[in-house]
Ligand binder design. Structure first.
Ligand code: ZN
Length: 209
């Protein structure tokens, strides 16, 4: 094969890879806990692993809590492991309204000035001072995926969700590149419902704007 044909072949393969559907991860309301808060809410108990998530090392724990806000409460909110350096509660806008908490739209870990909530486990209660957010939608990917998709960490892109007739284009989707992460779009349940993404055939693609 001569150099030009090889170049064309590589370009075609890359173009095809760029068209690959991006797997959808729909994040139901959940929380992350720091070691201190976990030990307070679940004294003497190891974290139980209920289900592995797509992202390496991440899992849904056996443990759940009740979120208690000024206007309402939500039971059976799943803890995700492993433990982190700061506790964080990720809810949808609908949840925020039901709880009566003015949770801002934030990236994971960007918790300065966020409101708190009361967390109730079967064993204890904890008044979380801050850490309640509605997560910005984002795509996790490896450096190789970023190269193929021609994006960089910190970029924002538009993504088309194709599921049912409610298909929708989402702007302002953050790109998060990390060697530890697999290609996956994370949206919350409000976003998934709005886009008809809550069905097994749904997928996402990048949109050129
Ligand atoms: Zn994520």
């Amino acid at each position: 094969m001569d150099k030009d044909s090889l170049y064309t072949l590589v370009r075609n393969v890359l173009d095809e890879m760029r068209e690959r559907p991006i797997p959808l991860g729909i994040s139901n309301r959940h929380l992350h806990l720091c070691a201190e808060d976990y030990a307070h809410l679940f004294p003497g108990q190891p974290i139980g692993k209920k289900k592995a998530l797509l992202q390496p090392e991440q899992y849904a724990a056996e443990q759940t809590v009740t979120l208690v806000g000024p206007k309402g409460q939500i039971e059976n909110v799943r803890l995700l492991g492993p433990l982190r350096s700061a506790s964080q509660v990720e809810i949808s806008r609908s949840d925020a309204r039901a709880l009566g908490v003015a949770a801002p739209l934030r990236s994971s870990g960007d918790l300065k000035g966020t409101p708190g909530l009361r967390l109730v486990s079967p064993f204890a209660e904890l008044e979380l001072a801050s850490g309640v957010i509605v997560a910005r939608r984002h795509i996790h990917m490896s450096p190789l995926d970023a190269l193929i998709l021609r994006v960089s960490h910190g970029d924002t892109v538009a993504v088309a969700i194709k599921g049912d007739d409610r298909q929708l284009v989402f702007d302002n989707v953050d790109i998060r590149v990390s060697p530890d992460m697999r290609l996956e779009l994370h949206i919350d349940t409000d976003e998934a419902n709005a886009a008809g993404a809550d069905n097994p055939l749904a997928f996402a693609t990048l949109v050129n704007r």
